[in-house]
Design a protein around this ligand. Structure first.
Ligand SMILES: Cc1cc2nc3c(=O)[nH]c(=O)nc-3n(C[C@H](O)[C@H](O)[C@H](O)COP(=O)(O)OP(=O)(O)OC[C@H]3O[C@@H](n4cnc5c(N)ncnc54)[C@H](O)[C@@H]3O)c2cc1C
Length: 386
């Protein structure tokens, strides 16, 4: 229920902005979606788009489960096939210490209602026959899924168009305009687009648009790289294969391997945290040689059957990272300004819940889920004045 219909400019047409635009429009707000480049052309179009609540964050489990279900429903209802695949996910465990941590983590997840479990090598050979590398055990979550990021963005954009969202590509927003402490519009290509609210869903460089208001947002760009092989026989890899984060966190290293609908194997291994300096731009098109070597070594270690397979392509993008790997999500000062950025590599998964929370905030309705974890001022000494 919309309390007041507002005109809203969403800055950034990645998955966060596109989903938010649809939800806002469905709630009756008048929405303009403004993108400086191509729709989905930044990190969203480069995503592996795994949709899962498994081993992400126990504190966020309600939000993650809601997002997973919303993706599932969207895939069913969408006229565009977004290649939703309820393939399940395996997190491989490489040492006894990691196994103990994984057992504890899975126990906690099961208490929260997830269907994850620990599987031994016999069970693993049933659910992922080609994963024959030397590992101790694994977790298995049958409810993890993947979508095709391009098709998913396309599906939401088509919905946005049919709802009447004004979509502008190649239109960088240079400034947020404020009068008497309230947002009144944005400036793009010299034109003022008037509005009541502005949502900054502009990824790693969101902070550039808030600097004029003396808001210090600790969002850093992190280089996210990926490799793809030529097509291999279908079902060579059946699930999403990921490293286990239960013991040491994603900064200690991360692997994700999956096979696309076109049968290419998409994979990456990041051994170091890889945070870039503040201000780094999304203009580096080459992957790091060390990254290629480590990623191939990890792929062949886990799937020796892929030895000799040819590499087809690689890509690099920047994802937005907040210090605790959670979105900065909510109202900023001046009034009418909102932010949704800093997702740390799980923005596809979270986009529906983030979109709904933004919608609730703009509509001034009671947020449908707890959102205190995402308070945008949580790292600063500038609490928002009431
Ligand atoms: C290899 C890889 C694997 C991944 N795997 C997963 C996964 O399995 N699951 C998952 O959930 N996530 C995954 N991610 C992360 C996920 O893709 C991102 O978290 C998500 O796409 C972030 O979306 P976004 O819309 O917030 O940001 P972006 O896609 O960066 O969108 C922000 C947009 O804002 C625009 N913009 C910026 N400044 C301005 C301005 N001034 N004016 C107008 N427009 C502006 C940009 O051009 C951009 O299009 C992965 C990412 C990569 C690279």
């Amino acid at each position: 229920r919309v309390v007041t219909k507002r005109s809203v400019v969403v800055v950034g047409a990645g998955i966060t902005g596109v989903v938010a635009a649809v939800f806002l429009s469905k709630s009756g707000h008048r929405v303009t979606l403004v993108e400086k480049g191509e729709i989905g052309g930044a990190v969203s179009g480069a995503s592996l788009a795994c949709i899962t609540a498994h081993m992400i964050d126990l504190d966020e489990i309600e939000l993650l489960r809601w997002s997973c279900q919303t993706w599932k429903d969207f895939a069913q209802d969408s006229p565009v096939d977004i290649e939703y695949d309820l393939c399940g996910q395996i997190r491989f465990i490489e040492c006894e210490e990691e196994l103990s941590a994984a057992i504890r983590y899975v126990d906690s997840e099961r208490e929260c209602g997830l269907d994850s479990s620990i599987v031994d090598s016999d069970q693993l050979s049933q659910i992922e026959p080609n994963l024959t590398g030397d590992i101790v055990a694994a977790t298995f979550d049958p409810d993890s899924a993947t979508v095709n990021p391009f098709l998913a963005i396309r599906a939401f954009i088509l919905q946005a168009r049919s709802l009447g969202v004004d979509i502008r590509q190649h239109s960088p927003v240079d400034e947020v305009k404020v009068q008497n402490g309230r947002v009144v519009g944005v400036v793009s290509k010299g034109e003022m687009i008037r509005c009541d609210c502005v949502i900054l869903a502009s990824g790693p460089w969101t902070a550039e648009l808030t600097r004029e208001f003396d808001i210090d947002l600790p969002i850093l760009p992190r280089k996210a790289q990926c490799l793809a092989t030529v097509a291999v026989p279908p079902k060579t890899i059946r699930r999403v294969i990921s490293s286990c984060e239960a013991s040491s966190g994603v900064e200690a290293g991360y692997t994700q391997i999956q096979q696309s609908f076109s049968s290419q194997v998409l994979f990456n291994t990041v051994l170091a945290g890889g945070l870039s300096e503040s201000g780094a731009q999304d203009s580096i098109s080459e992957v790091d040689p060390d990254f290629v070597v480590d990623s191939i070594a990890q792929l062949l270690h886990l799937f020796p059957c892929l030895n000799g397979v040819q590499l087809l392509r690689s890509w690099v993008r920047y994802e937005a990272v907040a210090p605790d790997q959670r979105f900065l999500l909510g109202p900023l000062e001046p009034d009418g300004l909102f932010i949704a950025a800093g997702d740390a590599g799980t923005g596809f998964l979270r986009a529906p819940a983030v979109g709904q929370l933004l919608c609730d905030m703009v509509s001034e309705s009671e947020p449908f889920l707890r959102h205190d974890l995402y308070e945008p001022y949580r790292f600063t000494n500038q609490p928002r004045s009431e």
